[in-house]
Design a protein around this ligand. Structure first.
Ligand SMILES: Nc1ncnc2c1ncn2[C@@H]1O[C@H](COP(=O)(O)OP(=O)(O)O)[C@@H](O)[C@H]1O
Ligand SMILES: [Mg+2]
Length: 425
């Protein structure tokens, strides 16, 4: 619904058969409407309006009807009525009417069709029409908002997948190293077990011989010396301490692998829901583990973790925030530098700071870093979505993100999350 013609159809008083006074009529005409002003026309063209309050005033005053009733309409009418063309939009009409309305003389307006009179409209009609328009606009806005939220969620997901994709090669490498030496160690253990089996076989044979009445002294001493040789060889090839470190190294490697797998699982969780009791330090450790391969060639990571109260947040999203920040930090460093990751808390907030010794951000770029698709990196390295998603996630958590940067010196991002529980939408 856009213009007045639609309003005319839906609102009774605007219908063209509405009562019309001719400029030649006298005031005391029986056709007055109780609720609306009346149009006055001359040769079909509107020339004025008689407002209902004016009519009431005359009729309510003492002898008003007798004294004024026979006077011509032209003496009473408002000769400069509000006139709006039928093809105007409702917004234009309401703008015009609200600017020019003078209560009580011009509270209703004439609608013209070409030059001629078409109907009367009241401010109430306009308000109703506008309200209907608003309702339908609101509905389509709400729809558009839902769509936007959907596509934003998809964007977040695809950025996450992209950054995961980048990380996968690194993570595979991280898993491969411990996996390699655990495998080697297992082979050594198998060899040792084989040798140990041989040794056992000789022991068994010796025991058998010892129980036999025919065993000669020479046989027995032969076995003893063979056993001694074998044991010496075994101790030489598989010394006790090295076997112990073989086991402890393997267990360490397996722990490393399972740590990476757990973090990977946490990281790629698709749920958006907030969880209570999240340790932000653990989220940071997750991000550093997943990003390790990208970071370790670029920077030494200094961890300065404070004791933090648990917060309510979506851990997979917060992991993503930290991974983006540490990845950006590593990517900003030419050569080899330093990334300091610091966490701390005050009464209301948990703060996580990621500071790098990278190239910094110019003032001109600083204003744009949170814009989607803003990137200074070559295609393939940067999507420009990281910080815009970080910003959205932090905002959804009721948190804040701040940045301080000096060109040539480095950059620090500080993410602050509220400790007090809040409902995420
Ligand atoms: N720690 C940082 N040091 C220097 N520049 C940074 C840092 N973090 C972000 N930026 C700048 O902000 C831009 C946008 O970052 P981001 O949204 O993560 O997208 P991307 O990393 O894909 O380029 C980067 O291209 C870079 O210019
Ligand atoms: Mg980035």
């Amino acid at each position: 619904m856009n213009n007045l013609s639609e309003l005319c159809v839906s609102v009774e008083p605007l219908k063209p058969h509405f009562k019309v006074l001719d400029v030649g009529d006298i005031f005391l005409d029986p056709r007055y409407d109780r609720f609306l002003s009346l149009p006055v026309v001359q040769d079909g063209r509107p020339v004025g309006t008689i407002s209902r309050s004016h009519v009431q005033q005359v009729f309510m005053s003492r002898f008003g009807r007798e004294l004024q009733g026979n006077k011509p309409i032209s003496e009473f009418m408002n000769p400069t009525p509000l006139v709006v063309a039928l093809d105007r939009s409702m917004a234009e009409a309401s703008q015009y009417v609200t600017r020019n309305i003078v209560f009580p003389i011009t509270e209703d307006f004439i609608v013209t069709d070409g030059d001629g009179y078409h109907g009367m409209g009241s401010v109430i009609d306009l308000i109703r029409g506008l309200e209907r328009q608003l309702v339908s606009q609101n509905a389509s806005l709400a729809q558009a908002y839902e769509k936007l939220k959907d596509s934003q969620a998809q964007l977040v997901q695809s950025e996450k997948m992209a950054s995961l994709g980048q990380m996968v090669a690194g993570v595979a490498h991280e898993i491969n190293t411990p996996l390699g030496y655990v495998q080697n160690n297992m082979e050594l253990v198998r060899d040792a077990y084989g040798k140990w089996g041989e040794l056992n076989g000789v022991y068994d044979a010796l025991f058998g011989l010892m129980n036999s009445p025919d065993a000669s002294e020479a046989d027995l001493s032969g076995y003893f010396s063979r056993l001694r040789d074998m044991r010496e060889e075994f101790a030489e090839v598989y010394p006790q301490e090295s076997m112990e470190s073989l086991f402890s190294d393997s267990l360490y490697g397996l722990r490393q692998i399972s740590e990476i797998v757990v973090n990977l699982k946490n990281f790629s969780r698709l749920d958006q829901a907030a969880v209570d009791n999240i340790d932000i330090n653990e989220c940071m450790i997750s991000a550093l583990t997943i990003g390790k391969n990208v970071i370790k060639h670029k920077a030494e990571v200094v961890r300065d973790f404070g004791a933090l109260p648990k917060v309510s947040c979506s851990p997979s999203q917060i992991n993503q925030v930290f991974l983006n920040l540490v990845t950006n930090a590593a990517q900003a460093i030419d050569g080899y530098g330093k990334i300091v990751v610091k966490t701390l808390a005050d009464e209301q907030w948990v703060h996580a700071v990621v500071r790098d010794s990278g190239k910094g951000i110019s003032a001109e770029h600083l204003a744009r870093i949170y814009d989607p698709f803003f990137t200074t990196k070559p295609i393939g390295e940067g999507t420009g979505l990281g910080l815009s998603i970080v910003f959205g996630i932090v905002k959804d958590h009721g948190g804040q993100i701040r940045v301080k940067s000096e060109v040539g010196k480095g950059t620090a991002f500080c993410v602050s999350l509220p400790i007090k529980k809040r409902v995420l939408n």
